[in-house]
Design a protein around this ligand. Structure first.
Ligand code: HXC
Ligand code: NAP
Length: 266
């Protein structure tokens, strides 16, 4: 039995990370490589994804990077096949590709809304659906990277809120359908995470960052390692009886506004 707390917890495992060329997803990939896993990364930009894989091989790990857009089912399936053929049957899939921008609904075209839903929600369907034939079953673990927006409505985030809510329900439906095959399906909902493109877009100034932190029960951003640790837990036998859940790793974001200003209204 493997333990999430052993340094070689993922020795011999093959991991496929969609959206693995930067940020939270690359942090998971690098952490999993340190735990002994072989990594296959995809993202749209061939140079970015090759550079991301090189950070892992440069540190002595095993990784391949492939260019594929999660909106293109055939491209995703081809990447999964190449990952399986090169690294072995896939034990763990992380679906974390996403797009986001702040915009009110009246400042958002139909294509702007559709673009985010296509990348986040349809992309997660494509990655998980296409992975099924390439998984090491029983025992595989699938993890979607969702967000507090999937539960809490947020201004200027209609596209991301709708997409992440859809992901949360997709996780539960797949957990029901694929549990009998020995495939667990879960989500991780990160709160605001430091040094990421996501927070650079949502809180681009120091003032906005301070306001964000001031509303959080834990009063600080999380780190990429916090999310990698949550993903490691869900990927190991320690979580063998956990499926269909969304693990909030969010400093209490989901609970709502915990700022002093919010208290004044009570
Ligand atoms: C309004 C916008 C816009 C903006 C793009 N669009 N940016 N509308 N305000 N700021 C519109 C465009 O005008 C276009 O509509 C449509 O969206 C598609 O734009 P494209 O540039 O053609 O799309 P594409 O090249 O596919 O790029 C996708 C993208 C881009 C999402 C727009 O920003 C991207 O590639 N993002 C990936 C990186 C990223 O976003 N990382 C952060 C993930 S963080 P029209 O009608 O003109 O054709 C995250 C945080 C969640 O998800 C939670 C945090 C707590
Ligand atoms: P990021 O660095 O921008 O990562 C997004 C990744 O997705 C990149 O590797 C990007 O690479 C890839 N990507 C985007 N569109 C794609 C597509 N169509 N097909 C394939 N790959 C695509 O963002 P991040 O802030 O770390 O966020 C990562 C995940 O965490 C996302 O799911 C996000 O919603 C979630 N999240 C983030 C935060 C936060 O605080 N940052 C909070 C909650 C949830 P290319 O550009 O090369 O395609």
């Amino acid at each position: 039995m493997s333990s999430a707390f052993r340094p070689d917890a993922l020795a011999g495992k093959t991991v496929f990370v969609a959206g693995g060329s930067s940020g939270i997803n690359l942090g998971i990939a690098q952490s999993f490589a340190r735990a002994g896993a072989r990594l296959a990364l995809i993202s749209r930009d061939p140079e970015r994804v090759a550079a991301a894989a090189a950070t892992i091989t440069g540190a002595g790990g095993t990784a391949i990077g492939m260019a594929a857009d999660v909106r293109d089912y055939a491209a995703v399936e081809a990447a999964l096949k190449q990952a399986r053929d090169t690294l072995g049957p896939i034990d763990i899939v992380i679906s974390g590709a996403a797009g986001n921008f702040l915009a009110p609904v009246v400042g958002m075209s139909a294509n702007g809304f559709k673009t985010v839903v296509d990348i986040d929600l349809i992309g997660t369907f494509n990655v998980f659906r296409a992975s099924f034939d390439y998984l090491n079953k029983p025992g595989a673990s699938l993890i979607a990277i969702t967000a507090p927006q999937g539960v809490n409505a947020m201004m200027f985030q209609a596209h991301a809120c709708a997409a992440k809510a859809g992901i949360n329900m997709l996780v539960k439906c797949l957990a029901m359908e694929w549990g009998p095959a020995g495939v667990r399906v879960n989500g991780i909902s990160p709160g605001p995470i430091a040094d990421t493109e996501g927070m650079a877009r949502l809180a681009p100034t120091p003032e906005m960052e301070a306001r964000y932190k001031g509303r959080l029960p834990l009063r600080d951003y999380g780190s990429k390692q916090d999310i990698a640790d949550a993903a490691l837990y869900l990927s190991c036998d320690n979580a063998r009886y956990v499926t269909g859940t969304i693990l909030d790793c969010d400093g209490g974001s989901k609970l709502g506004d915990a700022s002093a200003d919010a208290l004044k209204t009570h």
